[in-house]
Design a protein around this ligand. Structure first.
Ligand code: TPP
Ligand code: MG
Length: 803
């Protein structure tokens, strides 16, 4: 279905005609898919449908300007574009609608995303990069409106880096930075802050980004008058227009039904962005929604007759056919014939997709039915089992839930029987779950040989005369080694460039490695994250710095919705090995000493979360991650930069392993489990506890996600028989996660002689000042007394009541 890339002016009329006819066929095919798709939902074969009808023609123009190596970051209306670049055919379209959990059928997400969420494959089946310069690329869509914007910025910035930074191996990723990142968004979604943040940042950064706004005047039922000042996004963005004196955007406007106008506009935009690296906004007006927003409702509820009549008249496909007829490209009859043929093709493609979807399910149903026949015949509960079996047999088009739930229910009827048939059923259920579950659960983390869990530890080494230095220097020298070793690494954040970050862990790095690799950015956490995601998706190794842990909340939505789900939602065919650097805990006050770790770890499964207690450990995590292909968040200890650490002699080389805890103090009476800055408090408390005869063992978790893969904590508890989790998050925050891991996953409850304890911060955020800290977070005395209390309960005569 691929469209010729250029509609050149010097084409012969015949060639021109052929190309336009080809486009028309695509438009009609896409429309037919939308129409039939809606019917599939209304008749119950698919659960939900959101389609690209009414947006076909501008996407044909976009596809013509889109070159190999380019990237799209868009939303659910773009099926025509995906068809035009040859990455979505009719059968795949319907496979996506049905949620076929197989990449060979639904290459967009292996059924993990609802239809209309598009992607191409950047990785092969082993997780290795494909040559992205030889294919047309689409970053995987997400549903939150405008969520595609932050990553778009990074996709565009990668071209700038590849063009301007010397020494990077561009194989697979770039041809001299000539790639354009193309964004699409609905008019209503431009109301989101992420849209404005991205537009501003792109103007500052001057990156090759072309942003299309598909304007149909509505966002579901809500009209533009409630969405956009002056009801006109390009009008209000006028101030971004570049002029002779100042850099900015090129802003273009075009009507969505004007085929030749669209083709010209997109060629023009492509040239400006590609050659000049200037961002372009294309406001595509007068678009329609022939079937309304989605299958959830009908637009007759909120559009009046005039609007509906206007939409029928200005339907871009109708206008394209009128234009073709009036320019003698085709006759009305010829177009009708084309439509007839395509209707049939779409119907056939749909049937093929449905058959491919139900065939394996029917086979699994049959397999179980014959097994159940035997189980019934050999059971005292034959009647009940036969009933379940017959109910299953009656389902003409079963889903897996029908099959497996029947099998599991039958098992209960043979609970007390011991027959070969029962064993067969048990085996069948176990094997079924084992083979089917990965279709729905694989690739949350990397499954490639470069998984961060496979990177071997390298311990820091020291000379006999290794100096004690401010810990920030360990980090700085390690970053220096990283930038020297990996030309594709870059770091950016608020104050990360000129002054080398607020704690000077990057001191002097900008001078040495240049402003493109070590850069200051605006105060805009979500798009800092987006820069990182987009650049990592194009083969660079960004380190995105969020100045303080407390402010990560601005970026958390993008971390959670986009970065954390990327591998999962593409079933391992896209990755963004981005490192997020931040610093937290124990400074001063409500917004500089938070520890919202419970929230973070629960929202970003799919990203590793590392909480090094010192800068040597942190540096080791950076080194590990750069050898891997996975994203991670590293939280450095905000109060640790000026503490002394020995400077390792193998800077840049040592690696802290992920998911490995460390026992930092041995003891026999109780196991204290914690991480980060809190450990220093606990170490002090442990010394004081020793003075009263209590011998505490302290374990540093280091890595919250993944958590203690070797299950070392339970080994300690087997020795001490007592557990206390100490954490500066709120009660029930990260401590609840840790308890769950230790008690449920590691079964430590078996070894406990005392109730497992948690000691956390107060429910409120930490108040300001030293006293604010003392009365908000666990102090040395709090730890001492909490541990003492456990020991008092165990042995009141040795440890009489303290207070
Ligand atoms: C953050 C977020 N809020 C709400 C929704 C639900 N929602 C999905 S599409 C949509 C309207 C989008 O309208 P517009 O951007 O104009 O795109 P159109 O569908 O009109 O092409 C809404 C509110 C969502 N997906 N994400
Ligand atoms: Mg809209």
């Amino acid at each position: 279905m691929q469209t010729n890339p250029d509609l050149k002016k010097d084409l012969s009329f015949e060639d021109f005609k052929t190309e336009v006819l080809h486009d028309y066929k695509l438009a009609v095919t896409s429309r037919e898919c939308s129409l039939l798709g809606r019917r599939e939902v209304l008749t119950g074969k698919a659960k939900f449908g959101i389609f690209g009808d009414g947006k076909e023609v501008p996407q044909l123009a976009l596809a013509k300007a889109f070159k190999n190596g380019d990237f799209r970051s868009g939303y659910y209306r773009d099926q025509t574009f995906m068809m035009a670049i040859g990455e979505l055919n009719i059968q795949q379209f319907f496979a996506g609608l049905y949620g076929h959990p197989d990449l060979n059928h639904d290459p967009m997400s292996a059924g993990r995303q609802m239809g209309g969420h598009f992607a191409t494959h950047s990785l092969d089946e082993n997780g290795d990069w494909k040559d992205l310069t030889k294919q047309k690329n689409s970053s995987s869509d997400i549903s939150p409106t405008a969520g595609q914007m932050p990553r778009l910025l990074g996709l565009a910035q990668a071209s700038k880096i590849y063009r301007q930074v010397k020494g990077i191996d561009t194989t697979n990723f770039s041809n001299k930075g000539n790639e354009v990142a193309w964004g699409t968004i609905g008019n209503a979604s431009t109301s989101e802050g992420l849209f404005f943040e991205t537009i501003n940042a792109a103007g500052v950064l001057q990156v090759p980004m072309v942003m299309s706004v598909w304007d149909d005047e509505y966002g579901i039922s809500v009209h533009a008058r409630h969405q956009t000042t002056k009801e006109n996004i390009s009008e209000i963005l006028k101030g971004f227009q570049r002029d002779e004196d100042q850099k900015g955007f090129e802003i273009l406007r075009v009507n969505g039904w004007d085929y030749p106008g669209l083709v010209d506009t997109y060629q023009n935009a492509s040239r400006i962005a590609r050659e000049e690296h200037v961002p372009v906004l294309i406001h595509v007006n007068e678009l329609t929604q022939p079937q309304g927003h989605s299958t959830s409702g009908s637009h007759e509820r909120y559009k009046d007759e005039n609007r509906l009549a206007w939409e029928a008249e200005y339907d871009c496909n109708v206008k394209l056919s009128e234009w073709m007829i009036s320019n003698s490209i085709a006759t009305d009859d010829e177009l009708k014939d084309i439509e007839k043929v395509i209707k049939k093709e779409v119907l056939e493609g749909k049937k093929a997709a449905w058959n491919a979807f139900v065939q394996p399910l029917k086979q699994e149903q049959q397999e179980l039915l014959s097994l159940l026949e035997n189980v019934a015949n050999s059971s005292a509960n034959k009647v009940f089992i036969s009933k379940l079996k017959n109910d299953l047999a009656e389902i003409k088009e079963p889903i897996r839930k029908d099959v497996l739930s029947t099998a599991r229910k039958v098992l209960r009827y043979v609970l007390k029987e011991t027959t070969a048939e029962k064993t067969q059923l048990v085996n069948w259920i176990n094997t079924y779950i084992e083979t089917i579950q990965p279709k729905y659960s694989s690739h949350l983390y990397s499954e490639s040989p470069k998984s961060a869990l496979k990177i071997q530890e390298v311990k820091p080494t020291y000379h006999a005369n290794s100096e004690d230095v401010d810990a920030r220097l360990v980090l700085r020298d390690n970053f220096d080694a990283i930038f020297g070793k990996y030309p594709e690494t870059l770091v950016f954040g608020e104050d990360a460039g000129h002054i080398g970050d607020v704690n000077q862990g990057l001191e002097g790095m900008q001078e040495k490695y240049g402003e493109l690799r070590v850069s200051d950015v605006g105060i805009r956490e979500a798009t800092i994250l987006g820069q990182g995601i987009g650049m990592a998706m194009r083969g660079l190794r960004p380190i995105a710095e969020i100045q303080y842990l407390d402010y990560i909340l601005y970026a958390l939505q993008i971390m959670s919705d986009d970065l954390a789900t990327l591998q999962y939602r593409t079933s391992g065919r896209q990755k963004a090995p981005l490192i997020i650097r931040t610093r937290g805990h124990r400074l001063e006050g409500i917004w500089h000493s938070g520890s919202q770790m419970g929230g973070i770890i629960n929202l970003i499964r799919g990203i590793h979360v590392l909480v090094p207690r010192n800068m040597t450990k942190a540096a080791g995590f950076y080194n590990t991650l750069l050898e891997s292909d996975e994203p991670a968040l590293i939280v450095e200890c905000l109060n640790g930069y000026r503490l002394k650490e020995k400077m390792p002699s193998n800077i840049g080389e040592f690696k802290t392993p992920l998911g490995v805890v460390e026992t930092i103090r041995e003891g026999n009476d109780i196991t204290l489990v914690s991480y980060g800055s809190t450990l220093r408090i606990i170490e002090q408390a442990a010394k004081e506890l020793q003075e009263v005869g209590i011998d505490a063992e302290i374990i540093d978790i280091q890595s919250l996600l993944p958590f203690d893969l070797n299950q070392d904590i339970v080994k300690s508890i087997a020795k001490t028989n007592r557990l206390m989790v100490i954490d500066e998050d709120v009660p029930g925050g990260a401590s609840a996660f840790i308890l769950n891991e230790v008690l449920n996953t590691q079964n430590a409850y078996i070894h406990l002689d005392s109730k497992p304890q948690t000691l956390t911060a107060q429910q409120h955020r930490p108040a300001y000042g030293t006293d604010g800290d003392y009365f908000s977070k666990p102090s040395v005395e709090d730890v001492f007394e909490a541990v003492y209390k456990v020991m008092h309960e165990t042995n009141p005569s040795n440890f009489p009541k303290l207070r």
